[in-house]
Design a protein. Structure first.
Lengths: 134, 156
């Protein structure tokens, strides 16, 4: 089962040294993802808590899919921290898509802080039953 | 402060162990990065591997407890306030997909339970909880008697 026609590969970790610099100040965190494949499509789930649909960017450029979500600080003006385990970081992760993804039909949905990307396979990459005629 | 995580120790892997055996390392590495990245920020508490991550703030009137709970349904959250302690418990259910093979499985599912002790009293009758975009915000009002008060100085 390990040999599938489709592969997503991570191009780079955001924490790795990059040639370009981000225009936004602040930390960049890689969201945890699940990627699974069915006969027809590939699905990507990413945990992006605090990201509103307006602050989510999905960019597809030369087969590289970049998912970026910005979190606006929820704190009120006079709040002071007591315990802090997470900052208002930007979520970002990049993936290289294989040739068999139908790039025109990618669909995205953001619900309860989880991004769900449906990446359908091209017709020719889908398995087909061949009828044997007698 | 009590910090603990209750849940299945092992995530439910998809059918193939072979392709998933390195994902634990992958997860640890990501958590390490998140932990190390938090240093320039100054006062982030170590949070690697604890779910959910919690922030506590306060202003003059309230304490605010915020937790990152992506993919958790509001109906599956159980929030209790006893004395100075707030507990957040719940369950994250992974969408069961039939006939799929996993390339990556980093998102953990299962039950969780965390408690935070607040530095002062709060009025447990008026606690308010909101869940927006996968972030839970619990507002805990401070009782009148502990609120800071301006004291005017009289002369003569």
């Amino acid at each position: 089962m390990s040999d599938s026609a489709l592969h997503t590969r991570e191009t780079q970790e955001p924490s790795a040294t990059e040639a370009t610099e981000a225009t936004h100040a602040g930390r960049v965190v890689a969201p945890a993802v699940d990627i699974f494949e069915s006969a027809r499509s590939l699905t990507l789930l990413a945990d992006m808590p605090g990201v509103a649909p307006d602050n989510l960017e999905i960019d597809l450029n030369e087969g590289v899919l970049t998912v970026t979500g910005r979190v606006s600080p929820p704190q009120g003006p006079h709040e002071e921290p007591v315990l802090r385990e997470y900052g208002s970081a930007t979520f970002q992760r990049k993936f290289t898509l294989s040739q068999s993804v139908d790039q025109a039909k990618i669909e995205a949905r953001l619900e309860d802080g989880v991004l769900r990307l449906e990446l359908p396979k091209l017709e020719k990459a889908q398995p087909r039953k061949i009828q044997v005629k007698s | 402060m009590i910090l603990r995580r209750v849940g299945r120790a092992e995530p439910r892997w998809a059918n193939s162990f072979h392709s998933n055996q390195f994902q634990d390392f992958d997860r640890i590495r990501r958590e390490m990065f998140r932990f190390l990245d938090s240093y320039p920020g100054g006062y982030d508490a170590p949070s690697a591997g604890v779910f959910p991550a919690i922030n506590v703030t306060q202003d003059r009137d309230n304490y605010y407890v915020r937790a990152e709970l992506p993919g958790v349904k509001a109906t599956e959250l159980d929030i209790t306030a006893v004395n100075r302690t707030l507990s957040i418990a719940g369950k994250r259910t992974a969408a069961e997909e039939a006939g799929v093979s996993y390339h990556r499985k980093e998102r953990m599912d299962g039950e969780f339970n965390r408690s935070v002790s607040l530095p002062g009293d709060f009025d447990s009758e008026r606690v308010d909880a909101r869940f927006v975009h996968g972030v839970l915000t619990v507002t805990l009002p401070k009782p009148e008697r502990v609120k800071p008060r301006q004291i005017s100085v009289k002369t003569q």
